[in-house]
Design a protein around this ligand. Structure first.
Ligand SMILES: Nc1ncnc2c1ncn2[C@@H]1O[C@H](COP(=O)(O)OP(=O)(O)O)[C@@H](O)[C@H]1O
Ligand SMILES: [Mg+2]
Length: 379
């Protein structure tokens, strides 16, 4: 665990980049530093690996003051990833990734074998091993940067705006890849970004910093969205924090309507004649998978004539945000709930989802600690 204790940094020209910052950064988790440009994020990150020395205060790793360790040993225990990857342009991808193992004295064969293994881990085609950085896209270079930082298996990973230079779609892919890698490796990751959406997507805990290098709030993404500490944090979170906060609420407790779901081989005349048949029913195939919506009084039984059901949501895995999105996009206002195998469990309308949101908020108010199922739903 990294402990930042009352740390300040004043540069030679008098700029106070970081002002009495205290943060506990646990193992096996991603801690994000987020805030506007110039608020001291990079300075904070660089104080952790001693590329910048604090003016006052102490930083400890597992209780030990980082000043008591040789700086080279400290840095090798901390992978470092920067924007635009910072690769060595005259070295192949494989040799870029093998850099630190080679510095540590590994044989060329062992270092390259390790590099090849890491290429796979970060989702790079092994065919790229002998290319040079300029022959890769920005997103691929960024993956190489992550692989290089992981090469000697350091317990700590410092990442400074690693994905800020790539387009939004590639960026989302890189974020997902990071979360997947972290699930396998469980590093202590300190991740810097100026983008609150990215902070909320990748962070287990998020430190919001404001200009002048002061900490505005340190909390889980869920907590930030539901209770921002002040107007600055609230504004920085953006306009739709209410909707985004639904990402942390589980669909497990939703009351599903099973009475509007019928298999395609049903007696449609009989169903249409019943008084309690809804105006729109969801038709499923023989295996229970959704086919589409029908008005049972008008439908002639042709699957092609069904109204598309659109995307479904998986109960327990998807959040209330996803369920609400599906309901809003549905032609009937009802979202289709499925299990892990894609079989329909029922349908649920916007009103029922809204009631579930209110119930979850009431539970939250009574017990502010998010349960594991809510955290899981957010991913
Ligand atoms: N070497 C330096 N000398 C003087 N001022 C610096 C130096 N590096 C950064 N700063 C200043 O410190 C503040 C914080 O910078 P930085 O940590 O890079 O912020 P961020 O990464 O959040 O954009 C800024 O005002 C910046 O101009
Ligand atoms: Mg910076």
């Amino acid at each position: 665990m990294i402990a930042i204790e009352d740390v300040s940094k004043r540069y030679a020209d008098g700029t106070v980049a970081v002002d009495r910052l205290s943060l506990q950064i646990p193992d096996h988790s991603i801690t994000v530093l987020v805030g506007p440009s110039g608020c001291g994020k990079t300075t904070t990150l660089r104080m952790i690996n001693r590329m910048v020395e604090p003016s006052s205060g102490t930083i400890r790793v597992n209780g030990e003051d980082i000043r008591s360790r040789p700086v080279n040993a400290l840095r090798r225990s901390m992978g470092y990833v920067i924007q635009n990857a910072g690769l060595f342009q005259h070295r192949t991808i494989l040799d870029n990734i093998a850099t630190v193992p080679r510095l540590l004295g590994w044989s060329k064969e062992r270092a390259r074998a390790r590099a090849a293994e890491l290429m796979e881990r970060v989702g790079l085609d092994p065919g790229m091993a002998r290319r040079y950085p300029y022959q890769l896209s920005g997103g691929q270079q960024q993956r190489v940067g992550v692989a290089r930082a992981l090469a000697s298996d350091p317990p700590v990973l410092l990442m400074d705006e690693p994905f800020s230079a790539v387009d939004p779609v590639v960026r989302r892919g890189l974020q997902e890849e990071l979360l997947r890698i972290q699930e396998e490796l469980g590093k202590a990751i300190v991740f810097v970004t100026h983008d609150m959406d990215e902070a909320i997507t990748v962070g287990d805990r998020v430190a919001v910093m404001r200009t002048g290098g002061r900490l505005a709030q340190f909390a889980s993404p869920d907590e930030l969205l539901s209770s921002p500490a002040d107007a600055f944090v609230e504004e920085f979170l953006g306009a739709d924090r209410g909707i985004r906060g639904l990402s942390f609420l589980s669909t497990r407790e939703l009351t599903l309507d099973r009475t509007a779901v019928f298999p395609v081989g049903s007696d449609w005349q009989e169903i249409a004649g019943r008084a309690d048949t809804p105006a729109q029913v969801l038709v499923t195939d023989a295996g229970g998978r959704p086919l589409g919506w029908a008005d049972p009084t008008a439908w002639g039984g042709e699957v092609e004539a069904l109204e598309p059901h659109g995307q479904t949501f998986e109960v327990g895995r998807d959040s209330l945000r996803v369920a609400l999105d599906r309901a809003v996009l549905s032609p009937t206002g009802q979202a289709v709930a499925v299990d892990g195998a894609g079989q329909v469990l029922g349908v649920v309308g916007q009103e029922t989802i809204a009631a579930a949101i209110r119930a979850a908020r009431r539970r939250r108010a009574a017990d502010p600690e998010p349960g594991p199922s809510q955290v899981e739903a957010a991913r």
